[in-house]
Design a protein. Structure first.
Length: 385
């Protein structure tokens, strides 16, 4: 088990040592700081999707595009809308859109209502429940009482609006037409919250409200914050990297470093001849090997080594099987046109075969002849190339 673990560890280290894997890991880490796709979906979003509505969450990365929505759902905002945003929402409703605004900070609801000439009024005590206003039933199966948990209401004196829940002069849920569209507004942040939706009357009211919307309506859902191209916050990471000299310099350095690591050890241009590089010259190598084998009185081993290496090189160059006997080997070379007119190669191969009991001097002479033939062959190849 430990051997398999060690092998797996070595493979992982080998993979991580490659620049491409390092770059991928860096990209994945950085994406966590700039990607909003992994956020948990809200309760309202999930319910609307199950009701077959086409819902788009309004976030800093997907700002509001009112032209693409049939319904704009604003829920529990903490920051008031800009004047230009309020004007755009009003135009959206006038052109036939539906606005649903639910609770949030006092200033948020106040800013929305001001454009419709409506006012908010603080209550002396927390208004926990709100009853249905009998004179204006809109839903087929209305709920008599809902839990609102709010401390302000909408003043409705002498206003042409439909009070759904509350009283004649103080509404917690109301509706009215504006241009070609309609507005639904509630002062309660609790009504559609996680706790509020656990109460059956609130859940039933939500269902009744959604039943008034067109089938498969396109809904833009803004929760806690409302973002447009004008108000969306800047991405700090993108601003730092791509909008500052230091950030751009870091990008260029990383790019150059990546190219260097990727191309490290590579050579461009015409392929070089496959020539073994040795720390010693050929003559020094021959003398060293001869001296080494002399100590063990192994001239035969030296000869076999030289003969095997030489025949292997010749065989690879002319594509001849080096394991053939000498006669067959020479015949194949003759058919390939490898033998010279002066039979230098033929004599050399035959001498290597017959040199069983040679002295050290004779063995050194054969080794030199082999090396000289190698050099001549390489020179000839370069000239012909």
């Amino acid at each position: 088990m430990s051997i398999q673990t060690n092998i797996l560890t070595m493979k992982i280290r080998h993979m991580l040592s490659k620049p491409i894997f390092t770059l991928l890991i860096v990209i994945l880490i950085l994406s966590q700081f700039s990607c909003d796709s992994l956020e948990e979906r809200s309760l309202i979003f999930s319910i609307l999707r199950k009701m077959k509505f086409r819902v788009t969450e309004i976030t800093p990365y997907t700002p509001a595009e009112l032209k693409r929505y049939d319904v704009l759902f604003i829920n529990n905002l903490y920051q008031p809308l800009l004047e230009s945003e309020i004007e755009a929402v009003n135009n959206f409703v006038v052109d036939g859109g539906i606005l649903i605004a639910c609770g949030g900070k006092y200033e948020v609801i106040e800013g929305i209502l001001t454009s419709y000439n409506l006012e908010l009024r603080m209550t002396q005590n927390m208004l926990r429940k709100s009853r249905r206003y009998q004179d204006n039933p809109i839903f087929v199966n209305p709920v008599d009482e809902i839990l609102v948990e709010t401390d302000y209401v909408v003043r409705t004196e002498n206003q042409d609006i439909a009070v759904l829940y509350g009283s004649e002069n103080a509404a917690t849920v109301l509706s009215f037409r504006h241009g070609e569209g309609r507005v639904y507004l509630t002062t309660s942040s609790y009504l559609f919250s996680w706790l509020g939706m656990n109460h059956a009357p609130n859940a039933m009211f939500f269902y009744n409200l959604m039943s008034t919307l067109p089938n498969r309506a396109r809904i833009g859902l803004a929760q806690s914050m409302y973002f447009t191209d004008e108000s969306k916050p800047l991405n700090a990471f993108v601003e730092l990297v791509f909008k500052t000299p230091g950030g751009l310099a870091a990008v260029y350095v990383c790019l150059i470093l990546y190219i260097f690591l990727t191309l490290r050890g590579r050579r461009f241009g015409k392929p070089m001849d496959i020539v073994e590089s040795h720390r010693r010259t050929s003559t020094e190598y021959i003398h060293a090997m001869t001296t080494l084998y002399q100590k063990g009185n192994t001239r035969t081993d030296i000869l076999m080594h030289i003969r095997h290496q030489f025949r292997t090189e010749i065989g690879l160059r002319w594509r001849v099987d080096a394991t053939l006997n000498t006669s067959a080997f020479l015949e194949e070379l003759r058919n390939k046109g490898a033998l010279d007119e002066d039979d230098t190669l033929t004599v050399l191969i035959q001498d290597l075969d017959r040199a069983e009991n040679r002295t050290d001097r004779q063995l050194l002479d054969i080794a030199k002849r082999v090396e000289e033939y190698r050099l001549q062959s390489r020179t000839k190849i370069k000239i012909e190339g």
